[in-house]
Design a protein around this ligand. Structure first.
Ligand code: FES
Length: 261
């Protein structure tokens, strides 16, 4: 009678001794993350309905070049190749996109659900070799720490957008969209400040972090967020998509932005 360990290594794809619904989690990730990728790509290429009054979709912010009043450097630049599709999101969305794709949590999740490598713990995988992340292209996952730094810049702009969303042409106010954008930056903060690489950034260069009380507090705060990293990852992913949908549907006149104040 083979042990579960031997079945996992030498069995056919999907073979396992597990009796629980091990396929449930990878299937949910496949559907959830897959749906997000399809929607985000579709939304990024639209180049329309990404602002509504003081609101701007987080997929399009910061808007470097574009036709909305939020654009930092004016309309589509003359040097932009005509044969390429233009959208402000294409200048910026690669930063949070690559940050998420190289996230330690998402890697574990999509290696299982998209590549079945392995589909779950103690479940046989479709290939027998294991190359790890030491060779191209997966060695690129190590760039996560740099995408983290860029993501903080993008997050800073989203904080600015959330604050700006309270200032309507007729003055200060609170719309449902303002709250949507505030929740978005809070959830994103929980995600990016709970990043494993953030803890290294804040305290990883010290031999003894307790000698640096402020950094130590920030490190502990990051560790607390990190313990719920998976939940922050999913909550922020879903809400950032919802924020885009909210702004888009308001802009299209399908949803009405209810003003609380
Ligand atoms: S490990 Fe998940 S965001 Fe860095």
């Amino acid at each position: 009678m083979p042990t579960p360990d031997i079945v996992w290594k030498d069995g056919k794809f999907g073979q396992t001794s597990r009796r629980d619904a091990w396929w449930l989690s990878p299937t949910a990730v496949l559907l959830g993350f897959g749906a997000f990728l399809v929607y985000a790509n579709w939304a990024a290429f639209q180049n329309s309905h990404y602002t509504y009054g003081p609101y701007i979709s987080p997929f399009y912010s910061p808007e470097l070049f574009g036709s909305s009043p939020h654009a930092l450097f004016g309309p589509k630049p003359g040097w932009y190749p005509n044969f390429l599709p233009f959208s402000p999101a294409l200048f910026i969305l690669w930063i949070p996109g690559l940050f998420r794709v190289t996230c330690y949590y998402y890697r574990g999740a999509y290696y299982k659900s998209f590549w079945a490598d392995p589909p779950a713990c103690a479940v046989s995988e479709p290939r027998k070799s294991y190359l790890g992340e030491r060779t191209f292209p997966l060695i690129m996952q190590n760039f996560h720490r740099y995408f983290l730094r860029l993501s903080y810049i993008v997050w800073g702009f989203l904080v600015y957008d959330a604050l700006r969303s309270f200032f309507f042409p007729e003055g200060f106010g609170i719309g449902v969209g303002s709250l949507v954008l505030v929740v978005n930056v809070v959830l994103l903060a929980g995600y990016v400040f709970g990043c494993h690489a953030f803890r290294h950034l804040i305290g990883g260069t010290f031999d003894q972090i307790s000698d640096h009380p402020v950094r130590h507090k920030i490190y502990n705060f990051g560790s607390r967020l990190n313990s719920g990293h998976k939940k922050w990852a999913w909550a922020s992913l879903l809400w950032v998509a919802f924020s885009d949908i909210y702004v888009r549907l308001c802009s299209m006149g399908i949803w009405h932005d209810w003003r609380i104040l």
